[in-house]
Design a binder for this molecule. Structure first.
Ligand code: CA
Length: 219
């Protein structure tokens, strides 16, 4: 899951990033509303955590403008203005949920897991290619009905490949799905994950496209 965090309070943002990364979420962080809108036009996130009090434009304005081009994106508002009026205004403007500062990290995580479940259940419940099935609700992978033990990143990598089966995925595009902006990533990290995945998957399931990336053939 890729989360865009829009929050100008850097210590708070750092705390959120650390907690979410620990849970396996990929977090990209921006401090300004205009940046967030531009970024979402170019690269979609799976969910957005949006602070209301931003240095340039108000979070509610960001919300309204994002809703014009993306009606589905789950957006959680963060705010110090915990009055009922603000809450109603935010929800009216198209927010999916609302969390008043200060909040416990555990609560933020719980809300995001609700988003994650909702996202999974609105998509296909599972994705099967050959003997390999990806259960998008329980985040599990089975090969001929046997459940595999995968790390969160191995799962995300396999999901990215299976969702785009028949198309070649470059190392760069896979890397951007697995890691946050600015996160230190070793140059061979995708190769290493692929190597581990291949040991668990049927032979030839993931194919190397030399010098470009990887692909999964549609049967
Ligand atoms: Ca703020």
């Amino acid at each position: 899951m890729q989360i865009l965090l829009v929050e100008d309070d850097r210590p708070l943002a750092q705390g959120i990033k650390t907690s979410l990364a620990h849970e396996g979420f990929t977090v990209n962080h921006l401090t300004h509303g205009e940046q967030a809108i531009n970024s979402l036009k170019i690269e979609a996130a799976d969910m957005v955590i949006l602070d209301l009090g931003l240095p340039d434009i108000d979070g509610n304005e960001v919300l309204k403008r994002v809703r014009k081009f993306n009606a589905e994106l789950p957006i959680l508002l963060l705010t110090a203005r915990a009055t009922l009026n603000d809450k109603v205004k935010g929800l009216d403007a198209g927010a999916d949920d609302y969390l008043a500062k200060p909040f416990e990290m555990a609560e933020l995580l719980a809300r995001l897991r609700v988003f994650e479940r909702r996202l999974s259940s609105t998509k296909h419940a599972d994705l099967t290619i050959g003997d390999v099935s990806l259960d998008l609700v329980n985040l599990q992978v089975t090969v001929a009905d046997k459940t595999l033990e995968l790390s969160r990143r191995e799962y995300m990598l396999l999901k990215a490949l299976m969702e785009n089966a028949g198309r070649i995925q470059t190392r760069d595009s896979l890397e951007s799905k697995l890691y946050s902006w600015g996160e230190e990533v070793a140059s061979n990290t995708i190769e290493v994950h692929i190597h581990h995945l291949r040991k668990k998957l049927p032979k030839e399931f993931i194919r190397t496209v030399r010098g470009v990336g990887y692909t999964i053939k549609v049967k």
